[in-house]
Design a protein around this ligand. Structure first.
Ligand SMILES: [Zn+2]
Length: 478
């Protein structure tokens, strides 16, 4: 198709943009330069850009076109701490740098940018009606940027949203994720000399410990798919002072947001009980929350069809050589767990497992396997899927077995292995958006599935009113 070859011929500018964001590697809610790079890039291409949407300085939306339908592509650009790494196939951090693109969000966001630029090119030439939007979504790794954006209503008029994630396989995401709440419990007691007059003290640390005991008893009486995990973030200063302040940070996860909420209400009772027992006070600080995904099987099928047309990325000798060196740093257990996950998804058969262990790359498009299983993890794409039909896919941007959030991930995101996958992702976006722009019946089918599901189970945003995103201050220019 002509438009796909246009994208191939013009890909260098997107390679460059991806590399710039890879080098910047900024933290969640601190992606000032990365978001500005994309926003001004799109502005230069003639997009109407609104910065600082949802009161988040690093969130923006870029639009082109007029009226309905409105098709949105979601992009991310935040990096991870402790993962500074050069684009080399051995572990070597970049001096003076802490963050690295360990989840390859430099590719994730730039594929969306490439797709909307390509779509604008085609829509202009061919007089296609409708609006294409790119949403610059900050803080996926920590902070739930999209959930705050959903709460602010920025997706309310969108007809369909599309999303992808870089990975070590290529296929449509047909599996759910767990919904999650992230909450701090801060206890306040009374300080005292722990030897001289402990009886005057009221230990906030006691309250944290008793709360944890209560939560651990609660585990037996919740659904087995749920997860409760915690860390003590403040436990006192030194043993001769009865701790006047202590704090514990909890995650509650379950397949459905309603189940998370039910467990959370019981956890609040545990916290209040601990405060009552210890004569302390508890303050509950809700940090963030993500819903599970509202799957849209109709949209998944459309994407699958386009993914098959586009195919997996084709790698050359340089890429293969790089991947072979990376593979040597990956343990057999890591490879095994990656391959087993593919089998669990139904993307390869049990029989194919041995064959795939020998491959450097996942070199096909996986079959579409819708499943009600939930991946034991969470994403803020979940909330978007409750306000607009949303589906996701994966494209190979790394050698098989590459662990998530690893230096190997960072390294490959800075090479042509990552960038070739990124361009394939952009192509899938382009074909899918065009199909939805031009085939009204298909768009209606996608919307119908969404509306039927949402009618049975209306959306409730997990973030309570008044909760603010944890924006990082803009770094001072040296
Ligand atoms: Zn990610």
């Amino acid at each position: 198709m002509e438009i796909i070859s246009w994208l191939e011929q013009n890909k260098e500018q997107f390679f460059k943009l991806s590399d710039q964001i890879w080098e910047l590697a900024e933290p969640s809610f601190g992606e000032y330069e990365s978001s500005e790079l994309q926003a001004s890039f799109l502005e230069d291409k003639g997009f109407d850009v609104k910065r600082g949407i949802a009161e988040i300085p690093t969130a923006f939306v870029a639009s082109y076109g007029k009226g309905k339908p409105i098709i949105a592509i979601l992009g991310e650009y935040d990096a991870l701490p402790g993962l500074s790494q050069k684009a080399v196939p051995y572990k070597e951090p970049i001096e003076g740098k802490d963050y690295g693109h360990g989840c390859q969000h430099n590719l994730l966001g730039t594929a969306g940018v490439a797709a909307v630029v390509t779509l604008k090119e085609y829509m202009e030439k061919n007089g296609i009606k409708g609006t294409i939007r790119y949403y610059g979504c900050p803080a996926e790794e920590a902070g739930s940027g999209k959930t705050f954006m959903v709460k602010a209503g920025v997706f309310d008029d969108v007809d369909v949203s599309l999303c992808w994630h870089p990975g070590d396989m290529t296929g449509v995401w047909g599996m759910n994720v767990l919904a999650v709440y992230s909450v701090l419990f801060r206890f306040k007691g009374r300080a005292a000399h722990a030897a001289a007059d402990p009886y005057h003290g009221r230990s906030a640390l006691d309250a944290v410990e008793l709360m944890n005991v209560g939560a651990n008893y609660l585990r037996e009486h919740i659904i087995p798919e749920a997860r409760i995990h915690y860390v003590i973030t403040k436990g006192g200063g030194q043993p001769n002072v009865v701790p006047p302040e202590a704090e514990v940070w909890y995650y509650v996860r379950a397949p459905k947001i309603s189940q998370v909420d039910e467990i959370y209400q019981r956890l609040i009772k545990v916290a209040k009980g601990a405060a009552l027992m210890t004569e302390t006070e508890v303050e509950i600080i809700f940090l963030e929350g993500n819903s599970n995904l509202l799957m849209n099987r109709t949209l998944e099928k459309i994407i699958q069809n386009n993914l098959e047309k586009v195919g997996p990325p084709i790698f050359d000798d340089n890429d293969t050589d790089f991947a072979r060196k990376i593979r040597k740093t990956i343990s057999p257990e890591q490879l095994e767990s990656s391959i087993s996950f593919m089998a669990k998804l139904g993307w390869i058969t049990e029989k194919q497992k041995e064959e795939f262990k020998q491959k450097l790359f996942f070199d096909m498009v996986a079959p579409h396997v819708p499943t009600d299983l939930a991946l034991p993890g969470s994403t803020d794409v979940g909330d978007v899927s409750w306000v607009t039909p949303t589906s996701q896919f994966l494209i190979t941007t790394q050698t098989l077995g590459t662990p998530g959030h690893s230096w190997q991930n960072v390294a490959q995101a800075g090479t042509t292995i990552g960038k070739k996958g990124m361009i394939q992702a952009a192509k899938v976006f382009v074909l899918t958006a065009l199909e939805l722009f031009t085939d009204q019946k298909k768009l209606e089918e996608v919307r119908k599935e969404f509306e039927e599901k949402i009618r049975n189970e209306p959306y409730k945003c997990p973030i309570p009113d008044g909760t603010k995103p944890k924006i990082k201050p803009r770094p001072v220019k040296k």
